[in-house]
Design a protein around this ligand. Structure first.
Ligand SMILES: N[C@@H](CCC(=O)N[C@@H](CS)C(=O)NCC(=O)O)C(=O)O
Length: 239
């Protein structure tokens, strides 16, 4: 602390204290998760969109020794968990809704009923039908595993590509309709989808499947340049 005096209107002198700039403030928001996790990145994109300052704590859910302290915060051992002061919350959709409601800034959920319904629909499609084929099958086996010196499984890639087509088709229809994924209003639907498409499009098969869905491809060419998306790009382990 630095002490300094000010002269008040009545002539009294008051001693005030000012925080030194070098003193680090304790961050109230911590995102606990795994750098390469798409779900971790969804929450990070929402935090960046709202301009929230946060710290990160690395937890790899794929290791066998996930710390006990973490499991107390997330009984299913997945990532991420958001901590805000003493409040912990897990499940990415819940985390993102909390971020949107708890912090100032532009709202990431539309107020209008049709668009609000579409946001929830995109999030649910991505979670229920998209994550596994796009990320765990196509990206993991074509891009991530080879990047760490492991062999990808061609059958997983082929099955993942096949299963990704109806997902891309459904998202393309929603982008074409224009209530969400429209390149104008960046919502929680964009936050949820961007990390999955970012990974999927790194596989050559993924990139060409995306290109044959023109509304979705055009949404991605807008979303991939968004600051919150570029700032949260985790790269690959040995980049
Ligand atoms: N329903 C969870 C899903 C989170 C999730 O599956 N995260 C992955 C990383 S992208 C994970 O923790 N996987 C560990 C595992 O499958 O054991 C959420 O919405 O947060």
């Amino acid at each position: 602390m630095t002490a300094f005096t000010v002269l008040l209107a009545g002539g009294q002198v008051q001693l005030l204290y000012k925080q030194q700039p070098a003193v680090k403030l304790i961050c109230m928001v911590i995102l606990r998760g795994y750098k390469f996790s798409v779900y971790n990145r969804i929450a990070r994109i929402a935090l960046h969109e709202k301009g929230v300052a946060y710290d990160t704590e690395e937890v790899d859910p794929f290791q066998t020794d996930v710390p006990y302290d973490y499991l107390k915060r997330h009984p299913f051992g997945r990532v991420p968990v958001l901590s805000h002061h003493a409040f912990d919350i897990y499940e990415t959709t819940a985390i993102c809704r909390y971020i949107d409601a708890a912090f100032e800034g532009r709202r990431l959920l539309p107020s209008e009923a049709v668009a609000l319904g579409r946001v929830a629909q995109v999030v649910s499609i991505v979670d229920s039908y998209g994550y596994r084929p796009l990320v765990r099958q196509v990206f993991a086996h074509r891009v991530f595993r080879p990047s760490v010196g492991e062999e990808g499984d061609e059958t997983e890639i082929a099955n993942g590509l096949e299963a990704s087509l109806p997902v891309l088709g459904a998202l393309d229809n929603l982008a074409m309709e224009g209530h969400v994924l429209n390149g104008e209003d960046f919502t929680l639907a964009d936050c949820h989808l961007a990390p999955m498409i970012a990974y999927f499009a790194q596989a050559p098969e993924g990139a060409s499947a995306l290109l044959s869905h023109s509304a979705l491809a055009s949404w991605w060419s807008y979303a991939e340049k968004r600051k919150s998306v570029t700032e949260t790009n985790p790269g690959l382990p040995f980049d």
